[in-house]
Design a protein around this ligand. Structure first.
Ligand SMILES: [Zn+2]
Length: 295
């Protein structure tokens, strides 16, 4: 299980997540290349934080469609902290950058980012923006700034072992509230620049609470009062990679094909296997299952 906390202070709201177990589960299901798991893991991690404010039956989907080898990634998050995702080419890979970091930007390429919030209204909210760097964190910050007018700092990090298992994964997101004070913005910028990458913090044994403390400690105003920006943790969740598919969903999906197509499908085989894109669970159907329709 992962760890996700969300909280607020006078000038900002924040989200911090340790998503190691979630990204590991995603890796076990999808068997990604080193660069693909970095991209996929970053998006899964972001969806946890972006979905942290959801309520009831809300659903958040982040979707990237691009012209690079990875082509498409989709992740969804719900208010319980269940996330799942799909990527079209998990084996696609690119050579690491000269500094050793995965070249996620080249794997993704140019394209579009969609944020879809289904909040039970007639139409879901769809925010669309152009990918800026393909590194994901910057692209999401750009989306927030241009589509929702929220200045946002996002850090996302995935590190993997030689056997492609996940060593550490997590991130943080800080969003300025309207009327955030200049001194806070300046200090926060300084702070973000000075702290080590999030994977290093997690590998060094820091938990999510400690990372929040790190983000806020020594943020002083111009009178140099210590910790003038008090923060409050609003809630804590243990998110997980979880797919809510079942056989009935796929059965209903097959029914929508109509009688002719179903007849065609079962004329060659007496059973049909479907596979869930998100969790790779296979469901098997036989001709008899559709006897009502195929009479
Ligand atoms: Zn599934």
């Amino acid at each position: 299980m992962g760890k996700l906390i969300r909280g607020t202070s006078k000038n900002a709201r924040f989200y911090v997540v340790d998503s190691k177990d979630i990204v590991q589960k995603a890796q076990e299901i999808h068997g990604c290349s080193p660069t693909a798991i970095a991209a996929f893991g970053r998006l899964l991690t972001a969806s946890l934080m972006m979905g942290a404010d959801l309520k009831g039956n809300d659903l958040l989907t982040i979707r990237i469609d691009s012209d690079g080898p990875l082509s498409q990634i989709i992740v969804t998050a719900d208010p319980k902290g269940d996330v799942k995702g799909y990527l079209s080419n998990p084996l696609a890979d690119t050579a690491p950058k000269p500094d050793g970091h995965p070249d996620v930007s080249s794997l993704i390429g140019k394209g579009a980012l969609r944020i879809i919030k289904d909040m039970g209204l007639k139409e879901p909210y769809v925010g669309l923006s152009t990918l800026q760097t393909g590194e994901i964190a910057e692209d999401l910050a750009y989306y927030y700034y241009t589509s929702e007018q929220i200045p946002t700092v996002i850090a996302l990090g995935i590190s993997i072992n030689d056997d492609l298992s996940v060593k550490a994964a997590g991130g943080y997101m800080v969003q300025l509230l309207p009327d955030a004070e200049d001194w806070f913005i300046d200090k926060l910028e300084e702070k973000i620049k000075s702290i080590r990458p999030v994977t290093e913090l997690l590998e060094g044994g820091m938990d999510v609470q400690r990372i929040v403390k790190l983000l806020y400690e020594d943020i002083e105003d111009e009178t140099y009062e210590k910790l003038v920006e008090d923060y409050k943790i609003l809630d804590e969740k243990e998110p997980k990679y979880n797919c809510n598919c079942n056989k009935d969903k796929f059965y209903r999906g097959l029914i929508t094909l109509g009688r002719e197509q179903l007849e065609d499908l079962f004329s060659k085989e007496d059973k049909v296997e479907t596979e869930c894109h998100f969790c790779r669970t296979k469901y098997e159907f036989r001709k008899e299952d559709f006897s009502d329709i195929l009479k």
